[in-house]
Ligand binder design. Sequence first.
Ligand code: ATP
Ligand code: NI
Length: 393
Amino acid sequence: MKPILRISDLSTRFFTKSGQVNAVESLSMSIDDGEVFGIVGESGSGKSVTARSLIRLIESPGKITAGKIEYRNAEVADEIEDSNPEAVDGDYVDLAALPEDVVRSLRGPSFSMIFQDPESSFNPTLTVGEQIAEAVEVQRRASSNPRSVKSRTSSSAYSLRSYAYGTIMPNRSYVSSESKDRAVELLQQVGIPDPEERVDEYPHEYSGGMLQRAMIAQALAGEPDILVADEPTTALDVTIQAQVLNLLRDIQEETGMTILLITHNLGVIARMCDRVGVMYAGEIVERGTLSNIFDEAVHPYTKGLLGSIPDIGSAGGRLQPIEGNVPSLMDEEMGNRCYFADRCPKAMKTCLEKPADLSVDGAKEHEVQCVLAKEEYDESDALDPGQFEGEDS
Ligand SMILES: Nc1ncnc2c1ncn2[C@@H]1O[C@H](COP(=O)(O)OP(=O)(O)OP(=O)(O)O)[C@@H](O)[C@H]1O
Ligand code: NI
């Protein structure tokens, strides 16, 4: 099967006053149609920037500086081939090469995003129902006229107050009764009690857990091919967390939607994902199936993460820090070595050079950016512990 998303050599940088931050560094991965792909890693490893890059939600001073983000959709490819031939390759459309307005038109029907903080996805001055219904209408326009990218966005009924959040924010109420009925259905589907009444309430009348569900309903209203979920449950209490995850899993199974799930919680990965990428310093350092990662991890960083789980699947399943600091992603400090070498219990002299992506013998999907995929640790080659002294801030 051809992947639905094919990312190659993606780099995203922030050009700040204090220097250039290499938040995502030459990242490649592919996501299959209908799978749940997890990205896990410590805070600051580049997970959110990766997620936002994929749907082109990087704002100044950030910029995607290299790479392709190819999304497979024959209809869309066909539609835009004439206007943007350089972005189309067969059934694939390179989102990184498309003009902003075309990308925007794909948000909703092609991909949508849910965040940790649902307040950012809702306009406080409109009811929850109006906002979900509006997303339904965008989807209806798209499917009634799939050959026109323009039909996917309406310019007259509403304008995008802030598309930075990846969701449609209508600034005036304009929805049909069918769309409103569908909004009620969606609210019901995500487990909002009394959806007929709740549909007319404003975001501030919802509890945090309910608003999180409403955001999922809004993201689902567009019937997206790909849902990007960035820490969708981190802000919720444990019971609600479990409910929201189950809900996402059920909906995924029902619709066959593809999900990219970002989390620092390996327990969440274990219960939700088919495959996992482990991120460190803007790179995916190990990737594979759940069993590759949980039972056959090779990278000392992955092992460190696994060793740091307090109790898998439990509420608090947040990572305990691995000793040492997450590296600064400032360009001038990055050098060209394995970025984990200064924290790695098995660092060797070869780690002062950048390791390649190596496949693990006998495991087709298991790839590791570490020499230990091919070599045994040799203590006589161990790095001098003083090697990186003075580098840390
Ligand atoms: N707007 C910005 N300006 C400058 N640097 C940024 C900006 N957004 C992110 N970064 C930097 O990019 C790097 C990656 O950040 P990112 O938010 O992707 O990490 P993360 O893995 O999602 O962490 P967390 O688990 O805390 O959400 C960090 O060094 C961060 O400081
Ligand atoms: Ni994040």
